[in-house]
Design a protein around this ligand. Structure first.
Ligand code: ADP
Ligand code: MG
Length: 260
């Protein structure tokens, strides 16, 4: 068999095995092997490195699309100095994702604009980067989706969907009052994840006032029990970051104006 036909067959093997990146890299890798007098093992390893990298990238992109994060934030963007009520060491620890191993939940509690959604998204981003199935939803979207599912006879499938992700972010619990059906959906999602997988939940409600937003204070209590049983809670106070940047800009403008 000529070198040429061996090469053709090797390429076609790689394609049959769906190793498209390796197939594409083959000519370059062969040239490099000759030029650098690589051993067989080294050549093969380098060729497969290309395929492994492509697979990891593809998987990450797919996790990324699935997660539906509403913003591209990651932890490097979070300004800890601006938010002294957020325990930096704790956030850094959470970013290692060890909390996913024992299904610890994270509760981010605080008024609007203090960075709750941002922190939740930063953890979700880290989780995607580490290769975990991750999903973001607001409480209102979750409720609407469960409502539709109930009408269309897809309740069980939808519950399985929300049980699936290794990390689920439920954003903005308590912004809108939840009718009893919506509260029941949220309760079921939290119950079935309890002790199995982590949920990051953001809310503007102190735990004391959960009863008021849910029609049934018993449901609220049971939900909190499960969420808090194994959890890290951040009570974030201070002023809104949005207002802060807005005010800083306004102050800069007025001080410039005053100087003239
Ligand atoms: P919340 O969910 O608490 O209402 P967000 O997380 O949506 O607040 O934050 C509001 C805005 O302020 C976002 O644009 C966010 O990126 C920004 N922000 C809030 N806190 C910080 C922070 N500590 N560092 C950098 N940006 C921040
Ligand atoms: Mg928010």
């Amino acid at each position: 068999m000529s070198n040429d036909s061996i090469y053709q067959e090797l390429r076609s093997h790689l394609t049959t095995l769906r190793l498209a990146a390796a197939a594409e890299a083959l000519p370059g890798a062969l040239d490099a092997a000759l030029a650098e007098k690589q051993s067989h093992t080294e050549f093969l390893k380098r060729l497969l490195d290309v395929e492994v990298d492509a697979t990891i990238t593809r998987r990450k992109e797919s996790l990324e699309r699935f997660a539906r994060l509403p913003a591209p934030w990651s932890l490097e963007d979070f300004d800890f100095d601006a938010q002294p009520s957020v325990d930096r060491a704790m956030v850094t620890e959470l970013a290692t994702l060890r909390f996913l191993e024992d299904a610890t939940n994270v509760l981010l509690i605080g008024p609007p604009g203090v960075g709750k959604t941002m922190l939740a998204i930063c953890l979700a981003r880290a989780s995607i980067e580490a290769g975990y199935r991750t999903y973001y939803t607001t409480a209102a979207d979750l409720a609407a989706r469960c409502h539709r599912a109930a009408l269309e006879g897809r309740w069980a499938t939808t519950m399985r969907f929300f049980a699936g992700p290794r990390l689920l972010v439920i954003d903005e619990v308590g912004y809108l009052p939840l009718a009893s059906e919506a509260a029941a959906a949220l309760f079921q999602v939290i119950s079935q994840r309890y002790m199995k997988s982590s949920t990051v939940l953001t809310t503007n409600l102190g735990v004391g006032s959960w009863g008021k937003v849910f029609d049934d204070p018993n449901v609220a209590g049971a939900m909190l029990d499960r969420l808090l049983h194994r959890s890290v809670v951040f009570n974030i106070d201070g002023e809104s970051y949005r207002m802060r940047t807005h005010r800083a800009r306004a102050e800069r403008l007025t001080s410039k104006g005053g100087g003239r």
